[in-house]
Structures are given as C-alpha cells and as structure tokens.
Design a protein around this ligand. Structure first.
Ligand SMILES: *[C@@H]1O[C@H](CO)[C@@H](O)[C@H](O)[C@H]1NC(C)=O
Ligand SMILES: *[C@@H]1O[C@H](CO)[C@@H](O)[C@H](O)[C@H]1NC(C)=O
Ligand SMILES: [Ca+2]
Ligand SMILES: [Ca+2]
Ligand SMILES: [Ca+2]
Ligand SMILES: [Ca+2]
Length: 382
C-alpha cells in the first residue's frame, strides 16, 4: 500500500513527500472515489465567458455540494481555457481557444481536465472537443507566380504551381484549385502523400508570342467551408520567342528603271521584307541569290537596308532589262525571295558608225550623176 513508503524515513524532502501525496490521491481515486466523465463540444474562438456546459446538472451535483466540496479545476496544461463558475455550476470559456494553435492538423481536437471536489473526494474528467470554424482563407505564399515559357513548348508540357495553405481542417481546409479561363492551359490537380493538394498547368494549345507575348492568369484556391473562403495568385507568363516566322517580302516583284551609264552608287530601289519574330530571329539580311557573273558587277544590295544601287557599268546595248532574285534571311536561317526587274533606259551615247562597204575609185570627173560611188552601211546602236 502507498502508505508504507510514505511512513519510511526516505520521505525527507518536502517535494518528494508532495509527490507521494499525488500518488496517494490517485490511488484513492482509482479505489473508491466517485468519478464521472463528461464530453462537451464547442466551436473554437468563442468569446470569453461563453457557456461550455452546465457541469452541475450533467454530473448530477447540486450547487451546495459544489460549494461545500470546493469544486475546482485541476489541469496539467499551462493554459487554462475554462473556468468553473461554482455559484451557477457552469463551465465557461476563460481564454481564447484557437483550434489551429491548439491542435494544428490533428482531428478531432480536444483537451481534458479534472474537476475535483473534497469531503468526500470526487474527481470528474471533462473533455472539451473544439470544433473547427472556417476562420482561414486559403492563402498563397506570393502575390505573383512568374513563368517564362517558350512559344515552342510542346502540348502536354507541365508547369508546377505554388500551393496555397489553409490551416483549417476537414471541409474548411483547401478543397480545390481553379484556373481562370484561357485558351492555352488547363489545370491538373494532384494530392501529396500527406493528402494536401497541389496543382499544375498543362499546355493544351501552343503559345504564340507573335499573337500574345504575355499572358495573365489567376489561380484561385477554395475551401469547402460555409461560407466558402478563397485566395488567389496571379500567374504572369512571358512567352519567349522561337524562330517560327520566315521573313516575308512586301512585294513579289519590285520594278525599277535605271539610266544606262548611271554612275556608281545610283539608287535603284529598296526591297523590304519583315519578320514577325523578335531579336535575331527577326533580324533580316538581304542578298542577291545566285547572280550570273556580269550582274554581280553591275548592282549591289545593302545587306541591312535592302537598298539596291549601281556598282558597275550599266550598258543598254548589252542588256535592256535585268531580272534579279533577292533573298531575305533571318538569323535563324529562314528565308523568302522576291524578284527585282530593272529596265535600262537608253541614252543616246552612240555616234552612227559608218562602214564603207565598197568604194569604186577613182571617180572620173565626168561621171554622170547617179553613178554609185560607194555603199555605206550606217548603224546607230541607240
Ligand atoms: C516595309 O514595308 C512596310 C509595309 O509593307 C512598311 O510598313 C515598312 O515601313 C517598310 N520598311 C522600310 C524599312 O521601309
Ligand atoms: C514595300 O517596301 C518598300 C520599301 O520600304 C516601299 O517603298 C513599298 O511601298 C512597300 N510596298 C508595299 C506594297 O507596301
Ligand atoms: Ca479554424
Ligand atoms: Ca478555411
Ligand atoms: Ca524569323
Ligand atoms: Ca516567334
């Protein structure tokens, strides 16, 4: 029996004796103390002073017995959340009860304590279950999620999204993610091994930087509480360029004229191609394609500006019309071609050439008029 130890001289220090007393009380409790169990359920965050339950009634004790037995709460917890109002026999809230702080993810959430009465000793165990209230909205860690995605990303590409946190439990916790309507992405939701949910965007239709260089979407996380709460995060997508556009000439044929003998650097025409891509993917260089030897000596094209000018001798007598193919190429190697037709305008730069075919000589001075003196062939190149 516990008394034995208590009577031995080992119990010298007061603290040790105190400990023995506790042991003694529990021994008594388990042997012949009247005991009861009550369970109450209350929502978290109730105001201080709110009634949890009528303990006197529920234990079948009258108020006199409560007073006479000096009924009080015994708890091992550092915070005493409840207070016993002996004069009314009720248990009330004495401290803020935040379920999230008290239990975190653990469900059900409860705390227990004893109500003790003396003369004779009675112990009653009270358990208070704390019901969750939907007092938290799902929240994302950041206001923005930024992605840089190439327009060449293939359909089915996945982009993991940040998860939202909702410290409530059960239906009051995060239930669902919703992505604002858009043409390119759909949302896929998954569960982590611990049951928490996360989402990813899956590319459904290829992006096109030339059409939409930026996309703004919104991811919304909702819980299942009543009323429902939600949180959102903005998803900003910068679409990175891919070289998916070839240069395009603004005309299929460029027509121009040039005076023959035009001096070097005389302007003829400008060809112009555009490329919808960005940066080097849209940077165009111009060139003549596969020129026959002589033309290469006559015309030149500026690689950057597309200006075609004279670089050699334009001679109408050799060619009255030049047809040149021009090529535009972006830095990614995509090309387009067009035709330039240059007509040469004649300038009277040739004196008639007189060829004496035959000459009958000498001519006698009395030759009759009409006598053929010479056959002359006149040619004028102009
Ligand atoms: C090329 O042509 C387009 C129209 O076809 C025009 O808007 C642009 O300014 C031109 N570029 C140059 C360099 O002349
Ligand atoms: C094409 O570009 C050239 C050079 O800039 C310009 O002179 C011409 O007018 C443009 N043609 C068309 C059809 O826009
Ligand atoms: Ca809560
Ligand atoms: Ca919630
Ligand atoms: Ca391009
Ligand atoms: Ca592009």
């Amino acid at each position: 029996m516990a008394f034995e130890g208590f009577l031995q001289p080992k119990c010298l220090k007061w603290r040790l004796c105190g400990l023995r007393w506790q042991v003694l009380i529990f021994v008594l409790y388990f042997s012949h103390v009247v005991s009861g169990q009550i369970r109450y359920s209350i929502p978290e965050e109730m105001k201080k002073g709110s009634v949890i339950g009528n303990v006197a009634q529920d234990l079948g004790l009258d108020l006199k017995r409560l007073r006479a037995g000096r009924a009080r709460i015994v708890t091992g917890e550092s915070i005493q959340y409840t207070e016993l109002k002996t004069e009314k026999g009720i248990l009330v809230v004495s401290e803020r009860i935040d379920r999230e702080q008290l239990c975190g993810d653990v469900t059900p959430c409860s705390f227990s304590f004893e109500i003790i009465l003396e003369n004779p000793i009675e112990l009653h165990r009270i358990t208070v279950e704390i019901l969750d209230v939907n007092d938290h909205a799902p929240a994302f860690p950041n206001k923005y999620i930024h992605f840089e995605i190439s327009e060449s990303a293939t359909v089915g590409s996945r982009f993991l999204l940040e998860s939202a946190e909702d410290p409530d439990v059960g239906l009051n916790a995060l239930q669902n993610y919703v992505l604002t309507h858009n043409d390119n992405f759909i949302l896929k939701q998954h569960a982590n091994p611990d049951g928490s949910k996360y989402a990813e965007m899956v590319l459904q239709k290829p992006l096109d930087r030339e059409e939409h260089p930026r996309l703004s979407l919104k991811l919304i996380a909702v819980d299942g509480g009543n009323p429902q709460r939600s949180g959102s995060v903005n998803i900003e997508i910068t679409v990175l360029d891919a070289n998916d556009n070839a240069p395009v000439f603004n005309q299929s044929v460029y027509r121009a004229t040039v005076m023959e003998n035009a001096p070097k650097d005389t302007y003829i025409t400008t060809v112009n191609a555009s490329d919808a891509d960005r940066g080097t993917n849209g940077q165009i260089t111009y060139s003549f394609s596969k020129l026959k030897g002589s033309i290469a000596d006559i015309f030149i094209i500026d690689e950057k500006t597309g200006i075609i000018s004279v670089s050699g001798q334009v001679d109408y007598e050799k060619d009255k019309k030049y047809e040149v193919r021009v090529e535009a190429k972006d830095q990614g190697g995509l090309t387009d071609s067009s035709k330039v037709v240059i007509e040469v305008i004649d300038v009277n730069d040739n004196a008639p050439v007189i060829n004496v075919m035959s000459f009958s000589s000498p001519v006698s001075e009395d030759a009759p008029p009409g006598t053929t003196v010479a056959v002359i062939n006149v040619k004028d190149a102009d």
